[in-house]
Write a protein that binds this ligand. Structure first.
Ligand code: PMM
Length: 273
């Protein structure tokens, strides 16, 4: 049987995200986009109201909630079978999103940014993603530095899982993410993808987010993020082979189909019978 995988479609309700900023800022457009991504194969939709691109400024919690809550409410009613995720580091935004149907909290700070976030996740019993990030988005790309990036990221994620479990979140509701592009050079990102099995070895489902990111542009010479689909597909297929299970992408249809074919090749009978 082909290995299972989950495509998480990105619905950014922001005026300034690095690759699709402004495109879906209008609520109705964001909801329509989410419905299209679900039709293309996404079974999680990740709705974000604050850009985390390098250099981005923080958004006020009320403004962030105003952006994401109506979109999540509308998607929950239109797509009852789809898991709705809120991409936020703020407890009040997560709580408001959960109130209208979100059942997944994707926190790029691994629940460290807001001291109340763990209580919100534990109290609601929702699933969460703990992502590794060195520094904060405004300054994280200035001088990323590690001993061994893969060892350091794995250690951080292991510690965060333990801390979040201690604070009352069920371990089987926790996913982990190496945080491609978050306080990392091109070589750091490549090492994490090359040795992703060490992150998979933590024993929690691994989320990867390479979609349209800058390191793909550096390698291919594609400055326009929309031209980075082939690089996105390559990295997601390799991550599937290494054992990752959730793939956070903009181009859902293409990545879904690439993963479906790769999953059949990876897990079919060796002799074809
Ligand atoms: N990347 C971005 C935002 N949120 N969440 C997780 N779990 N993993 C990621 O790699 C990740 C994320 C930045 O990309 P965007 O601006 O296109 O949303």
């Amino acid at each position: 049987m082909a290995r299972p995988f989950t495509v998480m479609g990105i619905v950014n309700v922001t005026p300034d995200s690095f690759s699709d900023g402004g495109e879906w800022f209008d609520h109705d457009a964001a909801v329509r986009h989410g419905i299209e991504l679900a039709a293309a194969g996404a079974t999680i939709l990740d709705v974000g109201g604050e850009s985390t691109r390098p250099g981005a400024a923080e958004v006020d919690a009320d403004e962030e909630a105003r952006r994401v809550v109506p979109v999540i409410r509308a998607l929950a009613s239109a797509l009852p079978d789809v898991t709705l995720s809120v991409d936020t580091t703020k407890a009040s935004v997560a709580a408001a999103a959960i109130d209208v149907g979100a059942t997944y909290v994707n926190d790029v700070s691994a629940l460290r940014h807001d001291p109340r976030m763990t209580d919100v996740v534990a109290g609601a019993g929702v699933r969460c993603c703990l992502m590794h990030m060195q520094g904060v988005p405004r300054t994280m790309q200035r001088a990323p530095s590690y001993g061994d990036v893969v060892v350091d990221v794995a250690r951080h994620l292991r510690e965060r899982v333990a801390a979040v479990v201690d604070a009352g979140v069920a371990e089987d509701r926790i996913d982990v993410d190496p945080g491609i592009g978050f306080g990392k050079t091109v070589d750091h990102n490549l090492a994490l993808l090359r040795r992703l099995d060490e992150i998979v070895g933590l024993g929690r489902p691994v989320v990867v987010g390479t979609s349209r990111k800058t390191f793909l542009g550096r390698i291919t010479g594609r400055d326009d993020p929309r031209q980075r689909l082939a690089g996105t597909v390559a990295t997601n297929v390799l991550a599937l082979a290494a054992g990752a299970s959730v793939f956070r992408v903009h181009d859902v249809g293409a990545v879904h189909d690439a993963l479906a074919v790769a999953a059949h090749v990876l897990d079919g009978p060796s002799r074809g019978d």
